[in-house]
Design a protein around this ligand. Structure first.
Ligand code: SAH
Length: 495
């Protein structure tokens, strides 16, 4: 039995050896692991122990003994209180390489994949099947050969694609509302709690969204609007969502209310229209449930259009309030181009886009494929997807609302034979049933777009066991200054 060498309230000097998936420094004090918020790998810090468990503990950063060369001053004034960003104290280039490494670690630990050029793997790959060869073959689309021969030089994980200007990238803000003595406030939940702190500016948010939220709060205060309280279940305004089409400049405001009646609704609408000239759509969503899920089931347009438009790589998209739309449009274009590239299309292929949202990836694919079938669980998003195909004169894309794991098995029975399946699931990854169906349908290629490296790795293992080889992984930085990383992965059927 090992003895825990530290106790609560001890002050210890700790060497930081890594970063957890949620951005805490991993420290070692006498061989004991301490998680320390705000500490970076390579640093030596003095820290006070907050909590001790059998295998590890938590400590608070008190003083820097040796700082990392990758440490920078966080530019945001509320960084320490707010839970939204986790890596503002880390140089941007260092973030990008940490994100790549985080993906590599998941592929190795969870998917049990060999990653080309990574430690032991590099040595193994040295015997004839060079790492370079794998990159080369994968690039020209004939990478399967290497795997089919049983020569596996390892998965190529490319450097993370970063942004030239990694600020103000978010096109959507969802702001919880609260009350203070002075009236309505809105901002963010303090790190690790549900206490709302008022906020006027978020440095990763498009400035139009900051402006809309500020105006809506001011109007709410003027009209004496109450904010919903999670404790009492009373009060009207729960959240305000603002979304801007970054290329079109069109804006949507969604008022999420506890109850369907908004007092003086006409004045609300008038005041919002007056003070936010770009607003094209004002929407109400009713959520009366005691839950921390933001949206309820009832959505209605209070004024203007039910959608705003935006454009990605020359394709126009109508986006309604409840539809998922990627939050960082510049990086989304990078991601989708990569997905299309990995799909290896010549113009004749049948492609399935699972978890298609408003048909964004589907329409990128449709420009290069014979036929595309998209499936998505939110019916409003499928309505948007159909409208988007029409809007862009794209006639070879078909969309269906439903769960991917239900609809795609049915498509299989109906005789649809895909050459490529693209999946882009939410954080929890693909449903097991869907993975089974992919293995049964055996498309030549699978493109896996993921916002969560650990569920990605879990699912890749299933696909690998079913005969697929993971060839390349392209991490894309969709969420600078946060720990999140998006990946696009190419797989081939090799048996
Ligand atoms: N590919 C789209 C959307 C990706 S987000 C884009 O890039 O914009 C994941 C999407 O999966 C969301 O739109 C969500 O509503 C949808 N979804 C969640 N569970 C699903 C399921 N079981 N079947 C189909 N779609 C699902």
């Amino acid at each position: 039995m090992s003895v825990v060498p530290v106790s609560k309230n001890d002050e210890v000097v700790v060497d930081i050896v890594g970063l957890t998936h949620d951005g805490e420094g991993v420290g070692r004090a006498d061989g004991f692991t301490l998680f320390i918020q705000g500490a970076l790998p390579g640093e030596r810090v003095r820290a006070k122990v907050l909590k001790v468990k059998k295998q590890y503990g938590y400590a608070k950063l008190m003083e820097m003994v040796v700082a990392s060369a990758e440490r920078v001053d966080a530019p945001c004034a509320i960084y320490k209180q707010c839970g939204g960003c986790q890596l503002q104290h880390m140089d941007y280039a260092a973030q990008l390489s940490w994100k790549r490494q985080h993906v590599v670690d998941n592929l190795e630990r969870i998917a049990k994949l060999r990653v080309a050029g990574d430690g032991v793997v590099a040595a193994a790959a040295g015997d004839g099947a060079g790492v370079g060869a794998s990159v080369g073959t994968a690039d020209n689309g004939a990478g399967v050969g290497a795997s089919a021969d049983g020569v596996n030089a390892g998965v190529v994980v490319h450097p993370t694609i970063g942004m030239d200007d990694p600020w103000r990238y978010r096109n959507k803000a969802q702001v919880p509302m609260g009350m203070e003595a002075s009236g309505l406030i809105g901002g963010f939940y303090a790190r690790g709690s549900h206490r709302i702190i008022d906020m006027n500016e978020c440095l990763i948010q498009h400035s139009s969204n900051d402006e809309i939220i500020a105006r809506v709060k001011a109007i709410g205060r003027e009209l004496g609007v109450t904010a919903y309280s999670e404790e009492t279940g009373r009060g009207l305004l729960r959240h305000v969502m603002a979304r801007v089409g970054v290329l079109s400049g069109e804006m949507m405001v969604v008022l999420v209310t506890n109850g369907s009646k908004i007092p003086a609704v006409e004045r609300w609408i008038e005041r919002i229209r007056e003070s936010v000239p770009g607003v094209k759509s004002i929407v109400q969503n009713v959520n009366t449930r005691k839950t921390n899920v933001i949206f309820g089931d009832e959505t209605r347009v209070l004024w203007g259009s039910d959608v705003i438009y935006d454009e990605l790589d020359g394709i126009r998209f109508a986006i309604s309030a409840r539809s998922f739309y990627q939050v960082n449009p510049a990086q989304t274009v990078e991601l989708y181009r990569q997905a299309v590239d990995y799909a290896g299309l010549t113009g004749t292929e049948t492609v399935i886009d699972a978890y298609c949202g408003i048909g964004t990836i589907s329409l990128f694919l449709a420009r290069r494929a014979g036929r595309v079938y998209g499936v998505e669980i939110v019916p409003e998003a499928i309505e948007d997807a159909k409208r988007n195909a029409e809007l862009n004169g794209i006639g070879n894309a078909t969309f269906e609302a439903g769960a991917a794991e239900v609809v795609i098995p049915r498509w299989r029975k109906e005789g649809i034979v895909p050459d490529v399946i693209v999946v882009d699931p939410p954080r929890k990854g693909c449903d097991a049933e869907l993975l089974e169906t992919i293995l049964a349908m055996q498309p030549e290629r699978v493109v896996y777009v993921s916002c969560n490296p650990s569920t990605l790795a879990r699912d890749l293992r299933v696909l690998e066991d079913g005969g697929y080889r993971t060839v390349e992984v392209q991490p894309v930085d969709m969420f600078p200054w946060t720990v999140h990383v998006e990946c696009c992965v190419s797989l081939y059927y090799y048996k």
